[in-house]
Design a protein around this ligand. Structure first.
Ligand SMILES: [Zn+2]
Length: 502
């Protein structure tokens, strides 16, 4: 039976255009989706937009339009950028979708009927950009003002009658899931959440907003004066996306769900989400995969901070979706923030993509056409390249399944470098019989290209077409597996960028 794989991104607030912070998360999820397709799995990939709540209500008011009109205008922008970056999602969910609003209502009804929701008064400091309350030890103080640590802007005092969800009753079960399972990855984040749970406990959460303050949301099914708190609304999208309560495939996909998130939304996706799922009798997620940030001048990118790098900026400099995807994944670090360093990116682009991969493809293409009229038959296999290929395939399989995408790219480039060195050593341009050398060089290029496919889907396809092979499922990838290459062209894959320092 085929394995299954379900991957999600957070759903993004469409109050502004997506920038490379969004792209970082989304490309990571896409690479995992493509990797699992390449392994022959049934894959479902969900992304979308989080369209309710105060932040969007205010963004729409600012533009003088209704919230729905505002989000309807913004959603195509997200879709445009995901198309540009070749994000291969299976569904783009919007929290204003009818099936989602139904799931939210059904879930809230279930929680209410189980006695897990009660009435009370909430007072606290609120950030409308995060859509969350900040406790004393969470906010920062500047000149007597309470400041959101993420948005570096003043918090608002909010005091209102609301409904609470009894999360506290699930504290011990949630702590066990966080501490004693390997759901949260990397483990440093699990320790962080476990220690917060041990220190502060899991407090009941206000899950309703009065309509006179926030009207833009899903109505509470048991009290129409309120809408559902946007975070509860949003988290439930992961259930809606694969047909919760409707579709027979829900259980198959849910059992293998991987939530890809940034570390700023860790608490919601672990402590709170695990408790909500326990309440709904839905098993916890298989994996919550957390990444640190790409930062700029030491801070997380954000409009209010003024240090955003837009997706267009990266396209302007590195030309194609493939190179942007490659560079983002080459930077990828789950545990540590990485600085957006143009010099470093230029060096990776020129040194790895242009000089190593691009140059190799160009060389084997030109030589095959010139020396062998493009027909390169299988000859004796080079032992060293064959062994290196086998090792790299094995290592990449392990690294990718351990979410170490940057490391797997480095490994694959080791093979490309070895192939360039092999060409320099065997010199097919001056020997009488260049076919053995060219066959082995193309064969190693094929193996590397195949492994790079999830990160660079278009360029690898272009290389496959030019050199005359097919991208195959990874378990069919064996050195010497191709009898004959019919080389059609010798493409130039990457145009070098001029380094700013040179
Ligand atoms: Zn905030």
């Amino acid at each position: 039976m085929k394995a299954s794989f379900y991957v999600t991104t957070p759903i993004y607030y469409p109050n502004d255009l997506p920038h490379i912070g969004h792209a970082y998360t989304t490309v990571l999820a896409d690479v995992l989706a493509r990797w699992h397709r390449l392994k022959g799995s049934n894959v479902f990939f969900l992304t979308g937009t989080d369209e309710h709540g105060l932040k969007l209500q205010r963004a729409a008011e600012k533009k003088g339009v209704k919230p729905k009109e505002f989000v309807d205008r913004m959603v195509p922008e997200f879709k445009k950028y995901w198309r540009l970056l070749e994000i291969s999602y299976d569904r783009f969910i919007r929290t204003t979708d009818v099936d989602h609003e139904e799931v939210v209502k059904k879930a809230l009804e279930k929680l209410y009927s189980k006695g897990l929701i009660y009435r009370g008064v909430y007072k606290g400091w609120y950030c409308s950009s995060c859509e969350k309350f900040y406790s004393e030890d969470e906010y920062e103080e500047k000149e007597g003002k309470k400041i959101c640590p993420i948005h570096v802007k003043e918090l608002e005092w909010v005091e209102e009658e609301t409904y609470f969800l009894k999360l506290s009753a699930y504290q011990d079960q949630v702590l066990k899931l966080v501490r004693d399972t390997d759901i949260i990855h990397p483990r440093g984040y699990a320790r962080e959440i476990a220690s917060k749970l041990e220190k502060e406990g899991l407090r009941d959460l206000s899950i309703a907003r009065p309509k006179d303050r926030v009207y833009w949301g899903v109505e509470l099914p048991f009290d129409d004066r309120y809408v559902v708190y946007v975070w509860i609304d949003a988290l439930l999208n992961y259930l809606t996306g694969i047909g919760y309560g409707r579709d027979g495939r829900f259980e198959e996909y849910w059992s293998v769900v991987h939530h890809v998130i940034g570390k700023d939304i860790l608490w919601f996706h672990t402590a709170i989400w695990f408790a909500v799922l326990l309440m709904l009798d839905v098993p916890p997620p298989k994996k919550v995969l957390v990444h640190a940030f790409i930062i700029n001048r030491g801070l997380k990118m954000g409009k209010s901070v003024g240090n955003v790098v837009m997706i267009d900026d990266m396209f302007d400099r590195y030309y194609s979706a493939d190179s942007v995807r490659y560079l983002l994944m080459r930077l990828l670090n789950l545990e540590k923030d990485v600085e957006f360093d143009v010099e470093l990116l230029d060096n990776m682009y020129n040194g790895e993509l242009a000089d190593t991969y691009g140059n190799l493809v160009r060389r084997v293409g030109v030589l095959s056409l010139k020396k062998l009229k493009g027909v390169v038959r299988r000859r004796e296999l080079d032992e060293e390249l064959s062994r290196t290929s086998r090792e790299v395939i094995g290592e990449v399989l392990e690294l990718m399944d351990d979410y170490k995408i940057s490391e797997s790219l480095v490994k694959t480039f080791d093979l490309l470098r070895a192939t360039n060195a092999y060409l320099n050593k065997t010199k097919p341009w001056e020997v009488e019989d260049p076919e053995p050398s060219l066959y082995n060089a193309i064969e190693a290029t094929r193996i590397a290209t195949n492994l790079l496919n999830p990160v660079m889907p278009s360029i690898t396809k272009k290389v496959a077409d030019a050199l005359g092979f097919e991208i195959v499922e990874v378990d069919k990838l064996k050195y010497g597996g191709v009898k004959e290459f019919l080389v059609k062209e010798a493409p130039i894959l990457f145009k070098k960028v001029k380094s700013r320092t040179s």
